[in-house]
Design a protein around this ligand. Structure first.
Ligand SMILES: [Zn+2]
Length: 315
């Protein structure tokens, strides 16, 4: 699909979305079908016969009397928000290609900014956990980047305090059309760090193109085919062409992050990058993104607030 075809995709209209998920009962039914696609099944004894205890909103197994709620064991566990608010949050997060700030999300959903922040970070964590499984393969363009400062500055490869290094990687077709991306936070651009990064995120069958930053030799050390473009002073046209997609995507992400989020704390950067990875990697199927994110949220284990606020580990 060409770039302009993606931009003009309809996605799902708000009307269409509200028709499917406009009230609490519709949302509960959708969640029920995702949790138990072949009908209710007791997690203790496998029994399929149950009754619904309406007042306490619990499902009780006829055979062993084990009780469970619709939300237990999912990302939504223990939430005080109605499901329809969660679902609308999923819609807003999924359909806006530049993201939604928690301030804006709170206003649109009529909830506090705190609740919106928590909702957004839980959903971004679901995105992160899904994207963690993805390996890039085939032709991959790679570049180094910083969040929170000018790229590289005067000192090549060295970050000043307050800058957070990350690696941008884009898998393309052999003809050079972008397929999937992966932006991931790293502890720096030393060879050993990038060797670990490459071993974890790239398929052994990929062949990688980068510029001549020394740390990218870690990709060779990881046993992956790697071409470092050596250019004489400044970026010449060969380098620009071979790395064009990773540069375009990096530019788009930085513009979107600066425009939508006034401040991203470094420790949360992995989740923000995962949000862009997740949407980009599903951009051909914008109409289905709500369904995908909902089913990913159902499969993501609960995340108490204290865990949401902990720093994530970088490569
Ligand atoms: Zn049972």
């Amino acid at each position: 699909m060409k770039k302009n075809m993606i931009q003009f995709q309809h996605g799902e209209s708000l009307f269409g979305f509200l028709k499917r998920f406009g009230n609490e009962e519709q949302c509960r039914q959708a969640l029920f079908r995702l949790r138990w696609p072949n009908g209710y099944r007791c997690s203790e004894c496998g029994g399929q016969s149950y009754c619904y205890l309406r007042e306490r909103r619990l499902y009780q197994c006829h055979r062993c009397h084990h009780q469970t709620s619709l939300l237990a064991g999912t990302l939504f566990e223990a939430t005080k928000l109605p499901l329809k608010v969660w679902l609308l949050g999923i819609y807003l997060l999924g359909q806006n290609k530049d993201g939604v700030s928690s301030l804006n999300l709170g206003r649109l959903l009529g909830i506090s900014q705190n609740s919106a922040w928590l909702m957004k970070h839980k959903l971004m964590q679901a995105m992160l956990e899904q994207e963690n499984h993805r390996l890039l393969q085939g032709r991959v363009e790679v570049d180094d980047a910083y969040w929170g400062g000018a790229r590289r500055g005067g000192k090549r490869g060295r970050g000043a305090p307050g800058k957070y290094p990350f690696v941008a990687a884009v898998e393309t077709s052999e003809e050079g059309h972008p397929l999937f991306m992966k932006c991931s936070v790293v502890n720096g651009f030393r060879k050993q760090t990038l060797e670990k990064w490459a071993g974890r995120l790239l398929s052994a069958r990929s062949h990688v193109i980068s510029d001549a930053l020394g740390g990218f030799r870690g990709i060779d050390a990881a046993g992956i085919e790697h071409q470092a473009l050596v250019t004489g002073g400044g970026a010449d046209s060969m380098e620009i062409l071979a790395l064009q997609w990773v540069n375009i995507i990096l530019g788009n992400i930085k513009t979107a992050m600066h425009g939508t989020y006034h401040a991203i704390r470094g420790k949360h950067l992995p989740r923000y990058l995962a949000e862009f990875n997740y949407r980009f990697n599903r951009r051909f199927r914008l109409e289905e993104i709500v369904n995908h994110l909902l089913s990913d949220a159902v499969r993501t284990p609960p995340m108490p607030q204290r865990l949401v606020k902990l720093a994530e580990v970088a490569w």
